[in-house]
Design a protein around this ligand. Structure first.
Ligand SMILES: NC(=O)c1ccc[n+]([C@@H]2O[C@H](COP(=O)([O-])OP(=O)(O)OC[C@H]3O[C@@H](n4cnc5c(N)ncnc54)[C@H](OP(=O)(O)O)[C@@H]3O)[C@@H](O)[C@H]2O)c1
Length: 347
């Protein structure tokens, strides 16, 4: 049996911010009968992860394209691989059977053939939590926050922690992990609504709208009169410079992302090197994938926090594959609050 399979593809490579017209929805056919001996797993996609890093794959050139297999430059016209959750509809793989729910590297499409089953990240054995959580809070976004904060930033009770894109998918989790670790926690975000959410719902000690602040170094100083011990950086650019200027000695900066630089090739952080030396600041870039051995510990801890109501989940779900281009482009306008997900609607 064959199905029509709609997918989102890149129409042309880009240099700066993406627009919806850079993406198009195309249709192909997909056989739902895996070849015998192939190990293939065919999945009906249910929830798709919408992530900023994809923009770097869409560019003519980005240094990220040279470093990891999953950040390679995207070919034009093909489905774009992405994380998500799906239901197995056919399998030639002993590890998976029809009806299994999986978190996997699938694609911005309605169905994916996971060749040899290698892209399956894990089976979702329990339906205790909504399936979408396995894309966000219990998926790679939550794990990025968990691993980056625990293993790169190495928090101690009482540390003073600063988080950028604090109402986003990763940032909202970092801030909540920081509060659970007994840290004084300040976040920045791009609107008053987001700032209120951080303080009123997520329990941040303080938050500010960086768009209202002409002098970021002075602003960060205002929120951290005694300096920052940990900066979890999602944006790069001037905010990284402002954080470095306000770090304490032996401060740690976990460089998770640099979204302000993704869409502006002229913007590159130039933090004060002397401050880094004399304050003995550790600045470490990381990829969540480096810490996958800790995934089960993350699931256990975060599931417990969820059960006890100690973590507030922020999800922003758009409906239907046709909503995907605008969902993706919206990340770079700050449209999303929390984890941006597209729910695929099947007839
Ligand atoms: N290292 C890793 O393994 C890893 C894994 C996942 C994600 N990341 C990185 O983590 C960061 C956050 O990702 P996410 O998935 O959680 O996205 P997100 O924060 O949920 O969404 C993106 C947010 O970035 C902010 N933003 C957009 N353009 C900006 C700009 N020019 N300057 C400052 N802020 C801007 C917007 O929030 P505001 O309205 O607050 O501006 C927007 O809502 C990204 O840099 C991403 O690449 C890294």
């Amino acid at each position: 049996m064959e199905v029509h399979n709609r997918y989102v593809s890149l129409k042309n490579h880009i240099n700066e911010a993406p627009s919806e017209s850079d993406l198009e929805i195309k249709t192909t056919t997909l056989s739902l009968e895996p070849k015998e001996g192939s190990g293939d797993v065919i999945v009906k996609n249910l929830y798709l992860s919408i992530d900023p890093y994809q923009v770097n794959r869409m560019k003519f050139y980005s240094s990220s394209q040279e470093t990891s297999s999953f950040s390679q430059r995207l070919p034009l016209g093909q489905a774009i691989d992405a994380n998500g959750v799906g239901e197995v509809v056919a399998s030639d793989n002993a590890g998976y059977k029809k009806g299994d729910l999986v978190a996997a590297l699938i694609g911005w499409e309605e169905y994916t053939n996971i060749h040899g089953g290698g892209g399956v990240f894990r089976k979702i054995e329990s339906t205790e939590f909504p399936l979408s959580y396995h894309v966000g809070v219990l998926g790679l976004s939550g794990f990025t926050a968990y691993a980056g904060f625990q293993y790169v930033c190495k928090p101690k009770k009482g540390d003073k922690v600063f988080v950028s894109t604090a109402s986003g998918s990763v940032g909202s989790m970092v801030g909540q992990y920081a509060k659970l670790a007994g840290c004084y926690t300040v976040g920045c975000a791009g609107s008053k609504k987001k700032v209120d959410l951080l303080k009123d719902k997520l329990g941040f000690d303080e938050a500010f709208n960086y768009r209202d602040e002409p002098d970021l170094k002075a602003t960060v100083k205002r929120y951290f009169p005694d300096g920052i011990d940990i900066y979890f950086d999602n944006v790069g650019g001037e905010m990284l410079e402002a954080a470095v200027a306000n770090m304490n000695v032996f401060g740690r900066i976990g460089v998770c992302g640099a979204i302000s630089e993704y869409t502006d090739s002229t913007k590159r952080a130039a933090p004060d090197t002397l401050a880094i030396i004399y304050k003995r600041i550790t600045i470490q870039g990381f990829l969540a994938a480096d810490y996958l051995q800790s995934y089960s510990e993350f699931i256990k801890d975060t599931s417990n926090y969820l059960r006890q109501g100690e973590i507030h989940v922020l999800e922003d779900i758009s409906l239907g594959l046709e909503s995907l281009p605008s969902a993706f482009v919206g990340l770079f306008r700050g449209d999303n609050v929390g984890k941006k997900i597209v729910q695929v609607i099947h007839d």
